[in-house]
Design a binder for this molecule. Sequence first.
Ligand code: NDP
Length: 476
Amino acid sequence: APAQIAVTGLAVMGRNLARNLARNGFRVAVHNRSQARTDALIEEFGHEGEFTPAADLPALVAALEQPRKIIIMVKAGEPTDAVIDDLVPLLDEGDIVVDAGNAHFADTRRREDALKAKGLHFVGSGVSGGEEGALNGPSIMPGGSPESYAALEPMLTKISAHVNGEPCCVHVGPDGAGHFVKMLHNGIEYADMQLIAEAYDLLRHVLGLSATEIADVFLEWNRGDLESFLIEITAEVLSQVDESTGGPFVDVVLDQAEQKGTGRWTVQVALDLGIPVSGMAEAVFARSLSGDVVRRTAAAGVLPGPSEAKADVDRDAFIDDVRHALYSSKLVAYAQGFDAIRAASDQYNWNIDLGAMATIWRGGCIIRARFLDRIKEAYDRDADLPSLLVDDYFKDAVTSGQDGWRRVVATAATVGVPAPGFSAALSYYDGLRAERLPAALIQGLRDLFGAHTYRRTDREGTFHLDWSGDRKEHQA
Ligand code: NDP
C-alpha cells in the first residue's frame, strides 16, 4: 500500500519523527538530500515499522497516497525554501506540505501565501522536545488551514505526547500561528532557564552551598509547584561530577551561553507588538553578556563590587525565599508570554485559544511543567483574562511569595550577584499593579521638548502647554 505520510530531512529530528510515525503504525516514506542518512535509518530502524525509502523527491512524492502529506524537517531558513521549491512542482492540488522545523513565523506566512496560490496547503508546525521528544512524543503546534489540520490530526495526535490521555497537539490557528507559538515556547524556555540559573547562583554565592547541595534543593523543589522538566534536569546537571577533575561538572563548563536565535526572535517580535516580555529579554541579554568576552575580561577584577559582599541570612529561610522568587518570576514570564500570544493573535486574526496552548505544553516539550495546568484552568475560568497575574491562582501564588521575592532581589543587589530575571520580573509586577506611574512625568518632558502633547486625568482631550511662552495650557 502507498505510504500515508512522508518525511524529508533525516537528521536527528526528522529521523526520530519518522520512527515515531512508523512505530505508531503509519506507513512512512523517507528521504534525505544525502542518501546516507536514509540508508542508515532503514538499516538501523527499518524493522520498527513500514518505511519506504526514496532516493529523490520525485520518488518520495510517487510513494504517497493522495492527498499527499509531506513533512519537511531540514535546517531552518534557506534550506527549507530550497526543499519547498523542489517539491512544489511535483505536487497536485490539495496536497499538504508541513514544515516542522524552527521557521520564523513571518517566513511561514510568506510560504503559506505562496503555496495557497498554487492550491496547496502549507502547515508551519512547531515541534518541541528535542530528539527524545520527536521519537517518544513531542509537543506539536501546527498552524495552517483547518482542512489541512483535519487531514493531519489523526497522525499528529497519535505521535504527540499525551497528558492525562489528552494529546499535546492542538491546531493553533491559520498560517504562521503554529510557528509563532513555538517561538514563544522557546522564549519562555530562555526565561525559565535564566531564572533557574539565577536561583543557583544566589544559593551558591549567598549561602555558599555546593553544586550537589543545590542539586538536592532543586530535587526538593521538584516535588512542589515548581515541578517541571527543567527543574528536574537542573538537579541532574548540578549533581554531575567531572571525570577529569573530580569536581562539579558545572565548574568546568565555560560560562558563555550560546543561542540559536529563537529567543532573540521572540523579543524582537514582542518589541514590534509593543508587549513587554522583560523576562525573556533579560534572558537573551544575559546570554549575550555571558558571551561578551572582551568586555567581561576588561571588567572582571577591575570594576569593584559592594563593600559588604556578605548577606546575613538564615539558610533555610533564604532557600525558601529563592523558591518564591523563582516561582513568582516564572509566573510573570508566562504572563508576559501569553500577553504576546494574545497580541499576535489579535494582530494576525489567528483566534488562538490561549488555554489550549498551555495544554500543548504540558507534555513532550522542554517547558513541560505541572503549573501549566494552572494556566489552562485560569483561561477556563475566564477566556478574556487581561493578564494571567490577575487570575486568583496566580494572584495568591505571588501574594504568598512576594516578600521572599523582594528579599531575594534586595539581597542580590546588596551582595552584587546579578539577578536580572528576578528583578525585572519584580519591576514588571510592581509596574503592573501601580495606581500611578511616572509615565506622567515622561509625557510632561515630551510635551516640553517636542510639543508631543498630553492627556489629562480629569478631562477629555489632548493638550499642550506653551512652555516657552506664557505656560498656559491649550487644547491641541
Ligand atoms: P539540522 O537543523 O542540523 O539540519 C540538518 C538536515 O537538514 C539534514 O537532513 C540536511 O541534509 C538537511 N539540509 C540542510 N540543508 C539542506 C538543503 N539545502 N536541502 C535539503 N536538505 C538540507 O537538523 P535537526 O534534525 O537538528 O533539525 C531539523 C529542524 O528541526 C530544524 O529546523 C531545527 O531548527 C528544528 N528543531 C530542532 C530541534 C533539536 O532539538 N535539534 C528541536 C526542535 C526543532 P543532509 O543530511 O543532506 O545534509
